[in-house]
Write a protein that binds this ligand. Structure first.
Ligand SMILES: N[C@@H](CCC(=O)N[C@@H](CS)C(=O)NCC(=O)O)C(=O)O
Length: 260
C-alpha cells in the first residue's frame, strides 16, 4: 500500500487521499468526486501512516476531531502553485459544490444542508453499529495498519477491541438496535414515495443523489468488506432489510463507486 504523498505529484488533477481497506470515509469523497465527474486520482495511505503523512504536508491536527489527523483529504491544484487542501468528507463535499458549481450535480442541493447534517449525525454516533463493525476491521488491514487500528480503537472504546463486539444474545440485541435505526430511517424515506406525495426514487432525496447517500453507502461498503465468524458479513444482513431499500440505494450509487 502506498504511503508517500507528494503534493506536486498530485497536479494537474484533484487528488483524493484515502486509507487502505478501512476506507469508509474515503468512499464518501470518492462518490462525490465521481458523481460530479471531476478528474482526480487517489493516493493511498495506510491508516497507521495517516498522521505522519499529513504532518509531513505541514498540516496541524484538525480542530474538533478526536483523532486529529484523518482522511480523506483532497488537494485541488490552483494556477498559482500550491493546491487547496481540504479535510473532512463534509467539508470536501461542500468545497467541491462551491468550487465546481454544476447546478445539476450539487451534493448539497439548495436548503438541504441542515437535513443532511441530521442524517450524518443520526448514523455517525450509533454505538451498536460501531460495535458490530469496528472490531472486525483489523482483520482486513495489513500488519502495521492492523496493529495500529487495534490499539487506537481499543483506546477509543476504553477496552480491548475483542471485548467490544457483542456475542450470543447481546449480539442479537445489537442487531435489533441497528434494525431499529434502519427501520426509522426507512419510515422517513418512505415519505419520498409517490403515493406518499414524494418525488419517488431510491436516494435519500428521492430522485436526486446527495451527500447523504454517500454517508449511508459508505457504511454499507465497509460492512460488505468485514466478516464475523459468528454472524458473517454485516452487509449480507442489512441488504435484505426494509424490503431491499438499502440494496436499491447501493445499486443506484454503484456508478459513482469507481476507484480512480
Ligand atoms: N469526519 C471525518 C472522519 C474521518 C475518519 O475517521 N477517517 C479515518 C479513516 S475511516 C482516519 O483517517 N483515521 C486515521 C487514524 O485512525 O489515525 C471525515 O468524514 O472525514
Amino acid at each position: 500500500m502506498e504511503s508517500a504523498v507528494s503534493v506536486t505529484s498530485l497536479l494537474p488533477t484533484i487528488c483524493a487521499v484515502g486509507t487502505g481497506t478501512d476506507e469508509r470515509t474515503s468512499s464518501l469523497s470518492r462518490l462525490v468526486l465521481n458523481y460530479k465527474r471531476l478528474p482526480y486520482k487517489t493516493v493511498w495511505v495506510s491508516i497507521h501512516e495517516v498522521a505522519s503523512t499529513l504532518r509531513g504536508l505541514g498540516l496541524e491536527p484538525l480542530q474538533g476531531s478526536r483523532l486529529g489527523y484523518t482522511l480523506p483529504i483532497i488537494a485541488d491544484p490552483t494556477p498559482s502553485g500550491s493546491p487547496v487542501i481540504v479535510r473532512d468528507s463534509w467539508a470536501i463535499a461542500q468545497y467541491l459544490d462551491k468550487t465546481y458549481p454544476d447546478e445539476e450535480r450539487l451534493v448539497f442541493p439548495s436548503g438541504s444542508h441542515a437535513l443532511q447534517a441530521l442524517l450524518l449525525n443520526h448514523l455517525s454516533n450509533h454505538s451498536a453499529l460501531r460495535s458490530l463493525v469496528v472490531p472486525l476491521i483489523p482483520a482486513i488491514l495489513d500488519e502495521g495498519a492492523s496493529e495500529y487500528y487495534y490499539e487506537s480503537r481499543s483506546c477509543l472504546f476504553g477496552k480491548p477491541l475483542e471485548q467490544v463486539r457483542p456475542t450470543g444474545e447481546k449480539l442479537e440485541a445489537a442487531w435489533k438496535d441497528v434494525k431499529a435505526l434502519l427501520d426509522l430511517l426507512d419510515s422517513f424515506l418512505e415519505k419520498n414515495d409517490v403515493q406518499s406525495g414524494g418525488v419517488g426514487g431510491d436516494f435519500v432525496m428521492g430522485d436526486r443523489f446527495s451527500f447523504a447517500d454517500t454517508v449511508l453507502v459508505g457504511f454499507f461498503i465497509l460492512m460488505s468488506k468485514v466478516k464475523s465468524d459468528e454472524d458473517g458479513i454485516p452487509w449480507e444482513r442489512v441488504r435484505g432489510m426494509n424490503n431491499g431499500r438499502w440494496e436499491r440505494m447501493w445499486k443506484k450509487c454503484e456508478e459513482f463507486m469507481e476507484i480512480k
